[in-house]
Design a protein around this ligand. Structure first.
Ligand SMILES: NC(=O)c1ccc[n+]([C@@H]2O[C@H](COP(=O)([O-])OP(=O)(O)OC[C@H]3O[C@@H](n4cnc5c(N)ncnc54)[C@H](O)[C@@H]3O)[C@@H](O)[C@H]2O)c1
Length: 425
């Protein structure tokens, strides 16, 4: 069966990362409609995926107000627009594939989980890392019991100084009010991996962190508001705009330009948020943060994220009672050490970049076709990591206060129970 899907938000994730699956697997997936306010993105998506004129919409409300005419809705809008769209899609009887985070509000996350349960529809969250050969390979070793019981996990996320400047200082996720706190926006993936690998519920946590560097106070003498304003530091500043977008970060220029040539980037950049000085932005999200976690059986984990790394990668160390795993995602390798025989096995995984995404989308299409009611990254599975992220942020803002996760979740559940499910459309 070919699944018919509606894409809401034909941006970088929706159109560029996920939609090509339909082109590569026309027997499994076809787009029946698109909703996208940007006229260039809208028309190019409609043309690329052969969508009839009557099903090309400017706004998600127009398409979701119609009686259901497809199997699933893919929601790839910005963080603060997930909740209302997902609520209405579920109410209309669609299965839903929703970009992470579920929502930047703990109330809305709980409401969406409840709504998915009541409507008996899939609500799959795009925790794409779980589907990658690297993380699914590590999970398999842990689940097989090869390292005994997990006692401790350390996970480090190296955001990369240039990626930090792009997404979390100048870009869409730089502000906790307009988007989400960094621990949710970037690291709900990491907290999700920790809770998945641990196979147990987090009971308490503490967190520290701050915005250390990307502030006006740290600006070098005479730094201008934009790199192109004749800033005296363009030759020495490591965050100068053109260096990244015309170099290793070229693909990220798709956030402000359809054409990724040097000439167009040079012309467009000064007029976009990405041309701003990193010390003169409206950012408030942290650039470094640690979280210490304890789980139901007494096992512990620690997670740290930092902007100040030369590359973007994740490093993991998992200590078990009979062995250990150490892995480096950038190198796509992990080593399993056995205490029983003192040996070690290095595993090199094959990942050309789309493996995790393709597996997630293939499983989603299969689940829509043979509806089984649950997925590897269902909203219920993802809720844990989201509540861990909200609790970590509250701890950080309260000088590292120890948060009891059960009580924290109950506090929000009580409010949702009192006020019930609502949809503001
Ligand atoms: N799973 C992951 O690993 C991962 C990675 C990056 C981003 N994300 C998440 O993906 C989501 C989208 O990110 P992106 O980089 O594609 O952003 P984007 O801004 O490129 O895309 C969002 C699109 O939504 C459209 N939109 C705005 N209002 C709309 C409306 N009323 N109706 C329909 N569409 C509307 C925008 O015009 C835009 O094209 C975010 O929530 C982000 O946090 C997830």
């Amino acid at each position: 069966m070919t699944i018919k899907a509606i894409l809401i938000g034909a941006g970088v994730r929706g159109a560029n990362v996920y939609a090509p699956y339909a082109r590569n697997h026309p027997d499994q997936l076809k787009f029946a409609a698109v909703a996208e306010p940007d006229p260039i993105r809208r028309s190019s998506f409609a043309e690329d995926y052969d969508i009839p004129k009557e099903h090309v919409y400017e706004d998600w409300r127009e398409v979701l107000r119609k009686p259901r005419f497809a199997d699933a809705v893919w929601i790839c809008t910005q963080d603060r627009m997930h909740y209302e769209v997902a609520m209405l899609a579920l109410q209309q009887g669609y299965h839903v594939l929703l970009e992470k985070p579920i929502s930047p509000s703990p109330y809305e996350c709980l409401q969406l989980e409840e709504a998915a349960r009541r409507s008996n529809r899939l609500l799959t969250i795009c925790h794409v890392l779980r589907y990658t050969p690297f993380w699914s390979g590590i999970h398999e070793v842990v689940a097989n019991g090869d390292i005994g019981k997990v006692v401790d996990i350390q996970l480090r996320e190296n955001i990369g100084y240039a990626h930090m400047a792009h997404s979390y200082v100048r870009g869409n996720w730089n502000n906790s009010v307009s988007a989400s706190p960094l621990i949710l926006a970037k690291s709900c993936h990491d907290l999700d991996l920790i809770s998945w690998l641990m196979g147990d519920k987090c009971t308490r946590l503490t967190s520290f962190g701050s915005l250390f560097h990307f502030t006006k106070e740290q600006a070098p003498e005479g730094a201008t508001e934009r790199c192109s304003d004749g800033c005296p530091h363009v030759k020495t500043c490591c965050y100068v705009d053109q260096r990244y977008y015309m170099g290793e970060g070229r693909r990220h220029a798709q956030h402000f330009s359809e054409d990724l040539s040097d000439q167009t980037i040079r012309k467009q950049l000064p007029n976009t948020p990405y041309g701003r000085c990193v010390y003169h932005c409206d950012n408030d999200v942290v650039d470094h943060q640690n979280v210490n976690l304890q789980f139901g059986n007494g096992a512990t984990a620690s997670f740290s994220l930092s902007a100040f790394t030369h590359d973007s990668s994740r490093m993991v160390q998992i200590s078990g009672t009979r062995g250990e795993i150490r892995g480096n995602m950038a190198k796509q390798t992990f080593t399993v050490y056995s205490f029983a025989d003192g040996g070690s096995t290095e595993v090199q995984v094959e990942d050309r970049g789309r493996e995790g995404t393709d597996r997630m989308l293939r499983e989603f299409c299969n689940q829509v076709e043979f509806f089984t009611g649950s997925s590897l990254t269902s909203v219920s599975a993802s809720l844990q990591s989201h509540m861990m992220a909200f609790a970590a942020e509250e701890s950080r803002l309260n000088a590292g206060q120890c948060m009891e996760l059960g009580q924290f979740i109950d506090r929000y559940r009580a409010v949702v129970k009192k006020h019930g499910l609502y949809c503001t459309v």
